[in-house]
Ligand binder design. Structure first.
Ligand SMILES: Cc1cc2nc3c(=O)[nH]c(=O)nc-3n(C[C@H](O)[C@H](O)[C@H](O)COP(=O)(O)OP(=O)(O)OC[C@H]3O[C@@H](n4cnc5c(N)ncnc54)[C@H](O)[C@@H]3O)c2cc1C
Length: 504
């Protein structure tokens, strides 16, 4: 029996497999597709990773491979001796309204220290999956392709999964099988939300007169279009109330009508090589767990791609779940650890749904929405407005409620730079937690004795301690406890027990 069976070798399923693999779990990934599709390669598979997602790759030592697979040559050469982190070079948009990176107030961003990972990365699903599949294989994960999960049953000890002619058994099953998740349906998860306001199209087409379209995102009174640098790579959002019948392949005539309507031009489409549709239907399962079945990524939450959040949210799910499920499957998890997955990630998913709904609402052509759009445009032209959006889309605003009022607890730990030249991420490649003792007097070492296999103890001075004397960082990089200047060792031991103790 496997410790964990994962349905879906998309980015979320593969990252989860890597996290479980480095923690020593026996993992099987079942993927329905045999080979790659043009929808996952550049240009149609292009995806933006936020700085928070890039940091996940950095912490596990996969950043160089990610940059190489993504064809990124100028990621940024951040000087380790900088006192302050430089401003980001690019920012997202809100509902097609582009933001100027020069307007970001970096001083207002929480925990921003000089680090090798301060920027997002433009990549593709194919690139991300290739890096993760290689890492998963190194961690001993088995990936079976051409095996579609079609049935499952669970009892108190295990889950049995049918895929093709085979049956596989795992202690746990995780559905990472995308927005139309079979696992979600088979395990009877409740999936609630709102119906679409628009139909979106992404296509590779030939245009007779592409110069009639603006480059990049263009928000118009009737919708939005996007002309990417690759010739003929066009995206469109048509505020049709989601009326287009997506079971039909859209014709060239229909696509031209939509493009003319949303662009307000008389541009001519001569041919369409590939086209796919999507909507802003926004739904989320009410829990991410049903017995021994869990969900992560698009299987747990769907929404429009506005603001480039789906993959980033799924990456956050996978790193949050991985170490918790590994501890649970291998029998050393503290009581209730696995339940904190839904407790922490469900609110994040709900916020992303709201973020995309807000964008749909301001894009609609009706006079009320247009009035709100004008107001939002004014706000986005301010330094506070741009900083607010960047804080949300970069992942830096994310904070879990871990029951502490300390301003660092629940936040993503920055890549602390220690006086010996090492960085926090150097100690996280194997998925350990880290206890940092900036006082370097070894008082914390006793408090975590017994957890040496799970937590690295670092008695070291940092270049920038953020007014802390001691920190406990979980394997997913989240600060679980912080104190200073005279750390409360009882509270520290309690936090270590909470996250790394055993059920006994
Ligand atoms: C046009 C567009 C642009 C986007 N841009 C961005 C962006 O810039 N940034 C961002 O963060 N997000 C973006 N997204 C969203 C992002 O692509 C998804 O959120 C992300 O791919 C979800 O990853 P996943 O692994 O959960 O699911 P998927 O990528 O859908 O992978 C699921 C995998 O499961 C497999 N599978 C499905 N059913 C079964 C089954 N029954 N058995 C076995 N295998 C199965 C599938 O073949 C697939 O390999 C965009 C989406 C669209 C449509």
């Amino acid at each position: 029996m496997y410790d964990v069976v994962i349905a879906g070798a998309g980015p979320v399923g593969l990252l989860l497999a890597c996290e479980l693999g480095i923690a020593g779990c026996d993992v099987l990934v079942l993927e329905q597709d045999d080979a790659g599709t043009p929808w996952r390669a550049m240009p149609l598979g292009m995806r933006g990773l936020s700085p928070a997602s890039v940091e996940v790759f950095h912490r596990r030592g996969m950043l160089p491979a990610l940059l190489q697979a993504s064809g990124v040559e100028d990621y940024g050469d951040f000087d380790a001796d900088l006192q302050e982190a430089p401003a980001p070079r690019s920012v997202a948009h809100f509902a097609g309204m582009m933001l100027d990176p020069a307007d970001i107030d970096t001083g207002a961003l929480p925990l921003r220290l000089p680090s090798p990972v301060l920027e997002g990365v433009m990549t593709s699903l194919e690139a991300v999956e290739s890096v993760l599949a290689e890492q998963a294989a190194k961690s001993g994960v088995t990936i079976r392709r051409g095996e579609r999960v079609t049935a499952l049953r669970q009892d108190s000890d295990s889950v049995t999964v049918r895929a093709g002619d085979h049956e596989y058994q795992g202690r746990w099953l995780v559905g990472c099988d995308g927005g139309r998740s079979t696992v979600r349906t088979l395990a009877d998860f409740e999936f609630t939300g709102t119906e679409p306001q628009f139909t979106g199209y992404t296509m590779l087409a030939s245009l007779a007169d592409p110069e009639k379209l603006q480059p990049g995102f263009t928000l118009t009174p009737t919708g939005m279009y996007l002309q990417m640098p690759t010739p003929g790579h066009i995206g469109m959002l048509d505020c049709d109330g989601g009326a287009f019948d997506r079971t039909q392949k859209p014709t060239v005539e229909h696509l031209q009508d939509v493009l003319r309507r949303v662009s307000g031009t008389d541009v001519t489409l001569t041919d369409v090589e590939l086209v796919s549709t999507f909507t802003d239907r926004a739904r989320q399962t009410t829990s991410y767990r049903q017995g021994r079945v869990l969900l992560a990524g698009d299987a747990a939450h769907i929404h429009s791609p506005l603001g480039a959040q789906g993959l980033n949210t799924g990456i956050g799910d996978a790193v949050n779940l991985g170490w918790k499920l590994a501890a649970t499957a291998q029998g050393y998890a503290p009581q209730g650890l696995l339940d904190t997955y839904t407790q922490e990630r469900h609110p994040v998913g709900a916020q992303i749904l709201e973020w995309t709904r807000a964008q749909s609402a301001v894009m609609r052509p009706d006079p009320h929405s247009q009035a709100v759009q004008a107001l939002v445009r004014d706000l986005l032209a301010t330094r506070d407005g741009t900083t607010y959006v960047y804080n949300r889309t970069s992942g830096s605003s994310q904070r879990y409620n871990l029951g502490s009022t300390h301003p660092l607890v629940g936040r993503n730990a920055p890549d602390f730079h220690f006086t010996d030249g090492s960085r926090l991420s150097d100690y996280m490649h194997k998925g350990h937690g880290v206890a940092i003792d900036f006082t370097a007097d070894r008082r914390l070492a006793d408090a975590i004795s017994g957890y040496e296999d799970l937590v690295r103890y670092l008695p070291t001075a940092a270049r920038n301690e953020l007014d802390c004397a001691a920190l406990l960082i979980r394997p997913d990089g989240v600060i679980a406890w912080a104190d200073g200047p005279d750390p409360d060792l009882t509270a520290f031991a309690h936090a270590a027990d909470r996250w790394f103790g055993t059920t006994d």
